[in-house]
Design a protein around this ligand. Structure first.
Ligand code: Z5A
Length: 206
């Protein structure tokens, strides 16, 4: 049996990750690919508990935030991702390691060496086969989620924080070997999804 592939959706708030997760699922499923949809932080009982904590009103220092997110990821990788991939499923995750580089690295200022060390320790050889980076200016993302009843710990950060997050995502896309595909998500959904379909066709044909 062929091992499955790992596809991740990344981007700042309101870029359309959740909206397009369903699109990616349906696109692959319609082509006969067995798909598992998941998210970070989350994807396991422990991960969802950590998600609630990390998004709550608690005061959490950047070092603790990083380690909580990594604890959730370790559980997720061992209990969900690796078994699904080994069974030939394609795993599609709403956020993964690029979010740590962008938010804890770019946003919080934690040194890349620390993030990369934890990434190597938790992931071993596992890396996404494809990362779809949905990019929009922070103000556009904030406008899109403005109507929500409540905001989480991250959504209450200032625009400077989200500019640093975006800059780190874009830098990571520039430095990637083609694995991170940058998508202009400020355009109408149909155009965004046409780009996503193009990238999925490439990986389906590989
Ligand atoms: N986090 C971290 O810091 N470090 C890590 O390592 C990880 C995570 C893994 C999790 O929140 C938080 O955890 C996240 C970073 C942190 N915090 N932030 N910010 P999340 O996963 O729930 O992330 P989120 O970014 O807050 O999700 P979101 O606000 O729900 O955004 P989204 O999923 O990208 O957007 P959406 O819900 O699909 O769309 C938003 C609205 O825009 C909705 O009304 C759509 O209908 C609309 N939309 C979508 N696309 C379009 C287009 N193309 N045109 C017009 N309107 C659109």
């Amino acid at each position: 049996m062929q091992p499955g592939k790992l596809i991740t959706l990344e981007g700042s708030e309101g870029t359309g990750k959740s909206t397009n997760l369903g699109y990616v699922h349906d696109y692959l499923a319609q082509r006969g690919v067995p798909v598992v949809i998941t998210r970070e932080p989350g994807g396991t009982a422990l991960g969802e508990a950590i998600r609630a904590l990390v998004l709550s009103d608690q005061v959490i220092v950047p070092e603790a935030e990083l380690l909580l997110l990594c604890a959730a990821r370790a559980q997720h990788v061992r209990h969900v991702m690796e078994p699904a991939l080994a069974a030939g499923h394609w795993v599609v995750s709403d956020r993964f390691t690029e979010a740590t580089h962008a938010y804890q690295g770019g946003g919080r200022g934690i040194h890349t060496d620390i993030i990369e060390y934890l990434e190597r320790w938790i992931l071993g050889d596992l890396r996404p086969d494809l990362t779809l980076l949905l990019d929009i200016p922070p103000e556009t993302g904030q406008q899109r989620i403005r109507n929500r009843r409540s905001t989480d710990r991250f959504e209450r950060e200032d625009t400077g924080f989200f500019e640093r997050v975006r800059a780190r995502y874009l830098e990571r896309a520039r430095m990637s070997d083609g694995r991170i595909r940058l998508i202009d998500a400020a355009r109408p959904l149909a155009q965004v999804q046409a780009d996503i379909a193009h990238h999925l066709d490439e990986i389906l044909a590989a």
